[in-house]
Design a binder for this molecule. Sequence first.
Ligand code: A3P
Length: 373
Amino acid sequence: MTNNRDLKTDISIDAKQQNAGAETIPLQHGNHDAALNASNVVTAMRKSRRVWIAGLPLCLFFYIVFYCNSAILDSLSINTSPLDSVIVAGGGGFRKLLEEKARLAEKRHSNGTQRRLPQCIIIGVRKCGTRALLEFLNLHPRIQAADQEIHFFDNNTKYHLGLDWYMNSMPSSRPDQVTLEKTPKYFVSHVAPSRIWRMNNSVKLVVLLRHPTTRVISDYTQIYYNKLGKNETLEEFEKLVLDPYTGEINTHYKAVQVSVYHQHLSRWFNIFSKDQVHIVDGDNLVTDPVSEIKKVEKFLGLDHRITYDSVYFNQTRGFYCYRVNRTMERCLGASKGRKHPDIDPVVVKKLNKFFKPHNERLFRMISRQFSWS
Ligand code: A3P
């Protein structure tokens, strides 16, 4: 039986014999045409071999010249694209913004993009609109946001994977883009502030705050639905939020603790300067997202690119949604903006009374008032 190796050897021997035969065919009648054809084929083959031998190094030469040229331009950070000069404002601005964003995305990996540690982190607060803010900001051509919550600084196992692991969890971005991450758990973590400071002591931090009582109810609603999804049940809100013995607010209930904003924020202000922390009004983000986004753009030193062309109010959802491109619009998932359960007004009143002195401490700390004062 002929194996593959034998077959290959046989074929090459046949080919050699054919070539040798073609060269030695005598120029006689009858064989004349065949001999001429064979000798033409051989000449053509020789010529094409010569073209290959001469052409290949030439191609190689041009390839090296071209490659070196672009590498030098990259290393000098010479932006050969005219994108920087695109001005986006007013009518038609959003189309230009999308085109710019798309072109920047195309340039990934070919124009000096790389994974970088975030220059800005949305540190919380949970249920205050962190996802909406991240998605809106990610429309900006100079922002690249990580899709997932990374939980690097609050989770010991992840933290011990090291900064390289963290960096590799970031999206690729150009040097002129801001890399953005959001993990709302950082806000309540006791270890996150110092760990973030050690990563970059000039990092910019964004905190969203919302009416503390509404946040507690929103937190409860999320956990209620999470449990429902696992066929589990959750006690009534009123039972969780009130101490069964005193009838007062249960300060051990996690959702209540999270809404005592000043206690958590003070840990951050012990480490970071106040001008490194920008506070977003989460209630205003729902009704007027562009005005809140503008303030974040300013805080990050970016041009105002996200306009009322970028977002639109979706009547069905009852929230602002955003335009991903000219044909695609997107709203946040169903877990955002759920209907809250009806809560006993007496309990709501108790919560508001409980939070009042805490809110006042917060306002003094940040030298700013909110509608829920
Ligand atoms: P509710 O679900 O209680 O209404 P987070 O993303 O931090 O978990 O916050 C969720 C909250 O974001 C939602 O709370 C919702 O009120 C708020 N939010 C703000 N802007 C939104 C938007 N455009 N679409 C959906 N939810 C938005």
